[in-house]
Design a binder for this molecule. Structure first.
Ligand SMILES: Cc1cc2nc3c(=O)[nH]c(=O)nc-3n(C[C@H](O)[C@H](O)[C@H](O)COP(=O)(O)OP(=O)(O)OC[C@H]3O[C@@H](n4cnc5c(N)ncnc54)[C@H](O)[C@@H]3O)c2cc1C
Length: 469
């Protein structure tokens, strides 16, 4: 007998919104997230952080307070600090919290595991002092920490948002080193009509750029040949811009070139995925309700394809309506009536995406790094190694594991997976769909033997109790 009507993995905008809609419809919901507090990536720790540094983080952050407060509902059991490491029998979730492993089951499962920053493998990116822009933002949100004299490198809206937040905190970065060019921005113009439908997002972007300009942050665009120098830690960034070589001394280099769906959970369940050419990432198969080919399993938010926080909220609500209908809490007519506006809203929220994807493409030299650059940090496998495996006959990422352990470390290929696919596709002249991705096996997140043993003990205690009754 399932413990709950609905189990949700991920307490970001999609998971929080879905939990509340399902709970309001009368379903019992369990919401699991590895973070100590609800919010996901964008609204991380929002109930606490909005009070202490809401002005720096801005209204797009503080609006998450309402979503997090929505979880205070008698039908919702939010288990924080719960790392999900396996899903079996479609909806049975194994997780670790407080050092102990447990199982919980829903009649339905919603995967809302969000996005990951796309790794940016450039020479020197593994040196201490080099981090992702998102990681720096996490420090700002959770601990109020800002790096002095940082250089931000890459492309995309998050780069501007974090720069503006640093400026508001009174510690602007030393420079913004951007890889997109004017040609990228012009080529996105044909998506202008769609972008106009997402005009709010564009207006926000222009507002951030105005803040950055006002703070006097130097910007370099159309940049190539990025390399981070340093012996034991980052000391400087070198790059070419406007036909000239530049060198900026800095001990903190923050990298970012977009986010990609975090598909590890969906992959570990064997759900089918397809390559999304504009977002250069794999996305899971789903219908307009977020239902996957496995009937009991739904997926919503950035984990189903990058759309941003507002789209994640709307998609979460749509999935929750479908789940409530599945379980008899809403009629089909009620589901459709509530969903009509949400589907329209979602189309509007997604309208700006093709424009953004085209205007801020991932940095080409990080999609196909130089031979000497490490791509799998866990096992220290370089791009040159992967190319060599291809020349020896390696066709896909799973074989690359056998050739040289790429993707076999604790992150289970979460960070190198897409790079390995891109490198093998390039070398073998195959599409990413033909090349495929790592077969993700449980545990999808590291779990200790002690934690596993606690699960076995719990089960044998329960079995003893049942036998005695
Ligand atoms: C580092 C980073 C920073 C970002 N900052 C911003 C920003 O400031 N502004 C903005 O507009 N957009 C930002 N984005 C994009 C933003 O994350 C998304 O648009 C939005 O948060 C998507 O919502 P979601 O609910 O789909 O997923 P998320 O908000 O990503 O939430 C997913 C949740 O799932 C949890 N999770 C994942 N795997 C597991 C597991 N195995 N076990 C337990 N829990 C798990 C995570 O802890 C997370 O809380 C950021 C993205 C990243 C990667």
């Amino acid at each position: 007998m399932p413990d709950f009507d609905l189990a949700i993995v991920g307490a970001g905008p999609a998971g929080m919104a879905a939990a509340r809609v399902a709970a309001d419809a009368g379903l019992s919901v369990t919401l699991l997230d590895e973070q100590p507090r609800a919010g996901g990536q964008i609204y991380r720790d929002v109930e606490r952080a909005a009070e202490v540094r809401g002005t720096i983080l801005g209204p797009d952050f503080t609006k998450g307070v309402a979503l997090a407060r929505g979880l205070h509902h008698p039908n919702i059991t939010h288990i924080s600090g719960a790392t999900v490491w396996q899903i079996e029998d479609r909806t049975r979730v194994a997780f670790t919290a407080d050092g102990k492993a447990s199982l919980t089951t829903g009649k339905r499962l919603l995967i809302a595991t969000g996005a990951l920053e796309r790794p940016m493998p450039v020479p020197g990116w593994t040196l201490p002092g080099v981090m992702t822009v998102g990681a720096a933002q996490i420090l700002l949100k959770q601990s109020g920490m800002v790096f002095e004299d940082a250089v931000l490198c890459g492309t995309g809206p998050l780069l501007y948002l974090v720069t503006a937040q640093m400026c508001r905190a009174g510690i602007p970065p030393r420079a913004l080193v951007e890889t997109q060019s004017m040609a990228d921005v012009f080529s996105s113009a044909r998506y202008g009509l769609g972008a106009m439908r997402g005009w709010r997002m564009l207006a926000k972007g222009l507002g951030l750029l105005a803040e950055i300009r006002k703070a006097g942050v130097k910007r370099y665009t159309g940049v190539s040949a990025i390399a981070i120098e340093g012996r034991d830690r980052a000391e400087a960034v070198r790059f070419v811009s406007g036909g000239r070589e530049h060198r900026l001394a800095s001990g903190t280099v923050l990298l970012h070139h977009g986010v990609v769906p975090n598909t590890q959970t969906a992959r570990s369940m064997g759900l089918p995925h397809a390559w999304h050419e504009q977002q250069r990432a794999f996305v899971p198969e789903k219908d307009c309700w977020g239902r996957t080919p496995v009937r009991e399993v739904f997926i919503a938010g950035d984990g189903a394809g990058i759309g941003g926080a507002d789209a994640a909220v709307t998609a979460g609500r749509i999935s929750a309506l479908a789940i409530a209908c599945d379980l008899g809490a809403l009629s089909e007519a009620e589901r459709d009536r509530h969903a009509r506006n949400l589907h329209r809203k979602l189309r509007g929220e997604m309208a700006a995406r093709p424009f953004i994807d085209r205007a801020y493409p991932p940095y080409a030299e990080a999609l196909s790094p130089a031979d000497g650059t490490i791509v799998c940090r866990c096992e220290e496998v370089t791009a040159g190694d992967i190319r060599r495996y291809a020349r020896l006959g390696c066709l896909g990422p799973n074989q690359a594991k056998a050739f040289g352990r790429a993707g076999m470390g604790p992150c289970q290929g979460r960070y190198c997976g897409l790079t390995v696919t891109e490198l093998l596709s390039g070398e073998n002249g195959q599409t990413p769909d033909e090349t495929g991705y790592f077969r993700i096996r449980p545990p999808i997140k590291p779990v200790t033997l002690q934690e596993l043993a606690s699960l076995a003990r719990k089960h044998s205690n329960n079995d003893d109790k049942e036998a005695a009754e």
